[in-house]
Ligand binder design. Structure first.
Ligand code: NDP
Length: 448
């Protein structure tokens, strides 16, 4: 049996009931096959793959807090410190009822390669909790965040592990967590990113993932002889990534015509009104039905089994920006049938493996999330730099660096794919480019 297959089997056997983690390991290792076979003897001797698929540290803890009725609630907190070969652990905190250790491990594993691809010195980690901020009062969210940090603080630090936002963890939650860290440690340091501008946050961090997604999409199209201007775009999600992807797409001359949330989706043939969308989702924290009510050109479809999804709309480019496994094989077939030329992932692993394979087999340019959404973490690393320097850079300075980083990421993965005879396979290119740097650092640092 090949080394790759041995390690995949080992992961499946030792980590039962963690399908998302298995999926991430399979996707990455499968695409690294040619690199691993070329170095098999050394990697086997050093158990490099067994080490890279095992987190350096996994922390699971109790998070008790008191709700507005005086009732004590108990959630579970997680921090997986996956790999620190090239820098301090870095990755977001996801607050969502679906969170479990398998999901945090899948996200943490992907984060290693994504962070490596940015070219910046950051290792891979991820955290979260099954707490649902939806429908909670500000006081309840604060109580949860403080309790979460009461344990997490001992495991993190500006040079150790620097968490950030993710689904359910926005500016409000980061603020409460940062305040509690500072209170406990009595240190004012850049221990979290995604902070408010008044206390160490970076300009352009809010926009970074969505903007970065469009910068890499535009570069990829340009290198393939096409142009983003004039293209019709389907976007899923209506959160941080989706909103700023829609905004930047419009700035680059494209026309995003869809967005979605967990209960339904919008088709707006006139193009999404991004200011209205921000008002509905960022200010009112309301459902997309409010967008439809305020915009005559918008059609709303409720999410239910068998109903069409955003991917049924005829578009040139699809940008999944909501959550994992939201673009299935049937959706990929619909996109291909409608002549879609590119799929670039704003969310983490939104496309199922079968859908990815189908898209690639049918000539659709596919840029995986670990490259396409790396703008968020890259700008977080820029926030860390600003905190260390005790300076803040202008919006244009950060945005300019972000643009360069995304263009470089595209060329890194494009070159890696070409070098290993897989031209145009950006999934393989991203995994290879991200992996080689981490593998080299791990080898240089010995068996630790
Ligand atoms: P948000 O919480 O801001 O938004 C998520 C959006 O997706 C919301 O509109 C939400 O709907 C929708 N959504 C969530 N679950 C589902 C579901 N099961 N079906 C349909 N829609 C759903 O998160 P972000 O925009 O920050 O993150 C989106 C994705 O991007 C995640 O995969 C995240 O890991 C990834 N990512 C985010 C980065 C960032 O900087 N924010 C960086 C890199 C990756 P509703 O409004 O109903 O909750």
């Amino acid at each position: 049996m090949s080394y790759v297959d041995e390690v995949i089997n080992l992961v499946v056997e030792k980590n039962p009931a963690q399908p998302e983690f298995h999926q991430a390991i399979k996707e990455v290792l499968e695409s690294l096959r040619v690199v691993i076979e070329a170095n098999e003897e050394a990697y086997r001797r050093d158990a490099l793959l067994e080490r890279i698929v095992n987190p350096e540290r996994q922390i699971i803890f109790r998070v008790p807090w008191v709700d507005d009725n005086g009732q004590v609630q108990v959630n579970t907190g997680y921090r997986v410190q996956f790999n620190s070969a090239i820098g301090p652990y870095k990755g977001g905190i996801r607050l969502h009822p679906s969170v479990n250790i398998g999901i945090i491990k899948f996200l943490g594993f992907e984060q290693i390669f994504k962070n490596s691809l940015t070219g910046l010195p950051i290792g891979g980690g991820k955290g979260g909790s099954d707490f649902d901020p939806k429908g909670k009062s500000d006081r309840e969210v604060m109580a949860f965040c403080q309790s979460f940090m009461n344990e997490l603080y001992r495991h993190i630090g500006a040079d150790t592990d620097v968490p950030a936002g993710d689904i359910g963890t926005g500016a409000r939650e980061i603020g409460y967590m940062y305040g509690q860290y500072k209170k406990i440690r009595n240190i004012y340091e850049g221990v979290l990113t995604g902070k408010g501008l008044s206390y160490g946050g970076s300009l352009a961090r809010t926009q970074a993932t969505g903007y970065g997604l469009l910068y890499i999409t535009a570069e990829m199209l340009k290198c393939n002889g096409s142009d983003i201007a004039g293209k019709t775009v389907a976007v899923s999600g209506a959160g941080n990534v989706a909103i700023y992807a829609i905004q930047k797409a419009q700035q680059l001359g494209a026309k995003p015509v869809t967005c979605s949330d967990s209960t339904g989706w919008i088709y707006d043939p006139e193009g999404i009104d991004v200011e209205l969308l921000r008002e509905v989702k960022e200010v009112k924290r309301a459902r997309l039905t409010e967008y439809a009510a305020a915009r005559p050109s918008a059609q709303y479809t409720e999410k239910k089994e068998g109903a069409p999804s955003v991917w049924s709309v005829k578009v040139d480019i699809a940008l999944p920006c909501a959550t994992q496994n939201e673009l299935h094989l049937d959706d990929a077939k619909a996109l291909v049938a409608n002549g879609c030329m590119a799929v670039c992932e704003g969310a983490n692993m939104p496309t199922t493996m079968e859908a990815t394979e189908y898209l690639q087999a049918n000539g659709v340019w596919f840029v995986p999330g670990k490259a396409a959404n790396a703008g968020g973490v890259a700008t977080s690393a820029l926030e860390m730099s600003q905190n260390s320097e005790r300076l803040s850079w202008s919006f244009e300075e950060v945005d300019g660096k972000l643009q360069n980083i995304m263009v470089n990421i595209f060329h890194n993965l494009d070159d890696a794919a070409k070098k290993y005879g897989m031209e145009g396979n950006y999934v393989a290119g991203a995994n290879i480019a991200g992996f080689l740097k981490v593998a080299e650092a791990m080898t240089a640092q010995g068996i630790v």
